[in-house]
Ligand binder design. Structure first.
Ligand code: ZN
Ligand code: ZN
Length: 314
């Protein structure tokens, strides 16, 4: 027995080493991008039976990842509150004009603090200037700390609205750079803007245009040897729009009707099963805690739940 003890100790060491390697290599994902298509109604995207307005996402790309068919905004269904819920993991009644900061720290701050990386490793690229509030918080321990980089509209951060082609050009520049951001949120506004303008045809055209942008973004990721096989893309929304018959229908949003709350989430990446459709409800507050877990840092202020189906643990 005495002679066997060193053998046991050696074998136990090997097992422990193996286990620690498994936990450290749980996910292949090193880069995470969140594409937020601002304000389409589910009935014109994945809910349209023939997928005619978003033929790539709703048909071909959907089969490349895990799709959440019952994904919800269960908080205020406006742009700044919706994006705030995505990046903080909490619902909050916050100004939709960009005049207040989110109360809770955001995913970018936790990421930059945990990794010690330069602010350019985390980015918000948005057509809407007011979304620059997403990278900061009024939380006294986190205010002005670990603030991510932003490009929020070509007029300067915090001002007005920019065009999606400019936003996508900035996204392209970053994705194709030598050191692409490790964590990035992108907002495209055209669908929402043409909805508010009561322009049904342009609203639908914009859904098709963002479908192309989403496909191009995924292609660019695959074409970049740094990002390929190491990048997860979340494609989601900040809110939907009123159902027909509710107030002004597709022209506006902001209530708790099914049209405003029912959004979507498609997850594509190296750790995510292909061709899976999740019908159980999940919600936008689940995104940030999932990202924190994948990239191995804590986000104690998030109230979301880990999106297990999209990231089955080994
Ligand atoms: Zn919006
Ligand atoms: Zn509504």
């Amino acid at each position: 027995m005495k002679r066997l003890l060193p053998v046991f100790v050696f074998l136990f060491g090997l097992v422990c080493q193996g286990l620690s390697q498994v936990s450290e290599q749980k996910f292949n994902t090193k880069y995470i991008y969140i594409l937020v298509i601002d304000g389409p109604r589910y009935s014109e995207t994945y809910g349209e039976p023939t997928c005619k307005y978003s033929p790539i996402l709703c048909d071909s790309l959907k089969h490349e990842g895990t799709f959440y068919a019952n994904f919800k905004n269960n908080g205020p269904t406006y742009t700044v509150p919706g994006h705030t819920a995505i990046v903080t993991g909490r619902y909050q009644r916050i100004s939709n004009a960009g005049t207040a900061l989110p109360k809770a720290p955001n995913i970018f701050q936790y990421f930059l603090k945990a990794t010690g990386k330069d602010s350019s490793a985390a980015y918000v690229v948005a057509s809407k200037g007011k979304l620059d509030v997403l990278v900061n918080t009024s939380h006294k321990e986190w205010n002005n700390q670990f603030v991510a980089s932003t490009y929020c509209g070509p007029n300067g951060n915090g001002l007005g609205y920019g065009r999606d082609d400019k936003t996508f050009a900035k996204t392209t520049e970053l994705v194709q750079s030598v050191t692409p951001p490790q964590l990035m949120l992108i907002n495209l506004l055209a669908v929402d803007v043409y909805g508010h303008a009561n322009n049904w045809d342009k609203y639908l055209e914009s859904i098709t245009q963002t479908d192309l942008y989403a496909a191009k973004l995924w292609q660019m990721i695959q074409a970049n040897p740094v990002l390929r096989n190491q990048t997860t893309l979340f494609i989601t929304n900040d809110h939907g729009r009123h159902l027909d018959g509710v107030r002004s229908g597709f022209v506006n949003h902001g209530c708790r009707c099914e049209g405003c709350r029912h959004i979507s989430l498609l997850v594509l990446g190296p750790d995510t099963p292909k061709g899976v459709v999740v019908t159980e409800e999940a919600e936008m507050t689940d995104i940030s805690i999932t990202i924190a877990d994948i990239l191995h840092f804590e986000m104690p202020t998030s109230k979301g739940e880990f999106l297990r189906t999209a990231f089955p643990k080994n």
